[in-house]
Every structure is written in C-alpha cells, then in structure tokens.
Design a protein around this ligand. Structure first.
Ligand SMILES: [Fe+2]
Length: 321
C-alpha cells in the first residue's frame, strides 16, 4: 500500500483482526493481569492457552510480590541481551540452556518427565553438547586422542530389568577434554573428539577407552558465570561422561555418569546429579593390563565399570499410566 492510499479494512499486522472482547482498561495492576489473561483466552490451542495463562499469572504475581523496580527489571533485560551477545564458542542456544540449568529448570523437568522406574538406570539431561557426527568404534578402542586427559577405561553390560544381556545395543558417548571443554567449544574444531558410538557384543558387554571426566568451570566472561557470582554460587559443573543407550524394543536411555568424590555434586550448576549415577573409579596400576587395553604409555588408569539397565517400551509405558 502506498502512503496516499486509505485503508478500507482494519490493519491486521499478523493476520489476526482486533478481537471482539470486552477488556478492562489497564487502570490498576489487577486489571492489567486480568486483561492479559482474558486476551490469552484467544489462543486456539488449549494446551498453549493453559500454559501461557499460568505463565502470565505467575510472572505478574512475581513482579507484584517482589516489588521489582524498573531499574531492576531493566538490568534483567540487559542480562538477557548479554546472553545473546555472549561470544562463548559452542552450539547455538547454549547460553539459554545454561540459564535453564542455573535456575534448576532443566533438572526439574528431567525429574518430572523421567521418574525412577524399578531397577532401570536413571536418566539425566541431554545437555547442549551432543553431536550427530560421532564416529563408530569397536570394543576397546578410544574415543579420545592421546594426551588430552587422564586414562580411563569404561566397561560393563547393557541389561534388561530381569538381568538378561541386550546384544547389539547402541551406546553413544561423549565427554569434555581434560581441560573441561567439549570439542564443539573449540572454534577451530576439525572433527569429532571425545565422542563415539559402539555396540554391545553377544553377551551385552561394552568397553572403550576414554579420559577421566573433570569438573569444569563456566568461563568467567560468560553472563551466567557473572549471574552465579552475584548469587554466591560456584560456576562449576560436576565431571561426567554422557551416555545414550538404545536398542530395538527398549526405551532410549539418556544419562550421565559422575565419578565419585567430586566436591561440586550438590552445588553443580545444573543441579542434575542423581545419587544412583555416581560411580566409583578404580585405579589400576598395572602396566601389562594398561598396554593390553591399548593405553599407549602403559601407565596406570582408572576403571569405570557400570551396567546399564534398560526398560522395554512396554515397561516404560506401563509405569507411566
Ligand atoms: Fe556435559
């Protein structure tokens, strides 16, 4: 439309005409909330309507109950803007993921959506560092290049809840380097590092070389690090190795294993450490064993032994109804 043409229809910027609603004028705080809640009734999807009405109610309640000042709110907006501008190398959305971690939302959602069922291995959040390009590798091979961390051998079985082995189960695993950074946090990444995919053998066994996970700090120039600092909380995630296990007919398990004796379990930024996922690392100081397992230097290494227990899809569905 040119600037001289007169509109003969009401202007619908997003294709939605002005609603025929009798909304109160926002003369008081209560009327602002009431008006917006009524307006949200227009959402065509019932679930969207329900979620947004709750969100608006709680948000307005929060503003009123805390007497947030305009300056405080503006500093909150500035913080959110700084998340967008953060230059930390890594996947898109990592900053918001971290914020979700810091507020305990990731852990809460994970708990609510994945309750513990019988003797099945508990799940954990996926996190922002999973990639699709992990290479396939064979029993005993390494997911990590030489010299990027302390030696660790991970082994165990994948079992049903009845203790039967699951052959051919796919295990996808990834972890940070000994420096605490994932490969995709390196702007010069040329390919996958510290990640891989293998299958269990006929007896449901798996085994691979990796490195000992270390607690890692959120970089100091990161906005979430500054937020945690202002809250007096350590900006550290507990050390962990990520594992996804799946097999036909079984419910996909997404989890992490945390080596014991980590001082950051209870204060870990993501608040996601489940007791059943804390594992013991046994130190093996045996050159022959180290060389047999493929550790080049033949020095001591840590052994992590863990059996993953999967639910069948039926067990999963049955426990959720
Ligand atoms: Fe992680």
């Amino acid at each position: 439309m040119s600037t001289t043409e007169v509109r003969d229809e009401p202007y619908h910027a997003n294709g939605i005409p002005p609603p025929n609603l009798d909304l109160p004028y926002p003369d008081s705080p209560g009327e602002i909330t009431a008006s917006l809640l009524k307006l949200t009734e227009l959402a065509p999807n019932p679930r969207t309507r329900f979620v947004f009405k709750n969100l608006i109610s709680k948000l307005h309640e929060f503003i009123s109950e805390t007497n947030i000042t305009t300056e405080e709110w503006r500093s909150g907006i500035e913080f959110l803007t700084s998340l967008n501008e953060a230059l930390t190398p890594g996947p898109r959305g990592q900053e918001l993921n971290l914020l979700s971690d810091a507020f305990g939302v990731t852990a809460l959602l994970e708990r609510l959506n994945n309750p513990r069922i019988g003797n099945a291995t508990e799940s954990s959040a996926l996190g922002p560092f999973f990639t699709e390009d992990a290479p396939d590798f064979l029993f005993g091979e390494s997911i990590a290049s030489e010299g990027i961390g302390e030696y660790m051998f991970v082994e165990g079985r994948v079992l049903t809840t009845g203790g039967e082995p699951i052959p051919g189960a796919v295990i996808e695993t990834w972890e940070a380097f000994g420096t605490g950074l994932y490969d995709i946090q390196n702007a010069e990444r040329t390919g996958p590092e510290c990640r891989g995919r293998l299958r269990t053998d006929e007896e449901g066994k798996y085994g691979y070389r990796a490195i000992v996970p270390v607690p890692y700090a959120i970089p100091e120039d990161d906005p979430v690090c500054r937020l945690l600092q202002s809250l007096g909380r350590p900006a550290v995630q507990s050390g962990h190795v990520h594992v996804i296990v799946h097999a036909p007919g079984f419910h996909k398990l997404v989890t992490m294993l945390y080596p014991e004796d980590d001082p950051y379990f209870s204060t870990s930024v993501a608040q996601g450490v489940k007791k059943s996922l804390i594992v013991k690392l046994t130190e093996i100081d045996d050159e022959t064993d180290a060389r047999k397992r493929g550790f080049q230097k033949g020095t001591k290494f840590k052994l992590l032994n863990y059996d993953f227990v999967l639910l069948t899809e039926d067990e999963w569905a049955g426990a959720r109804t």
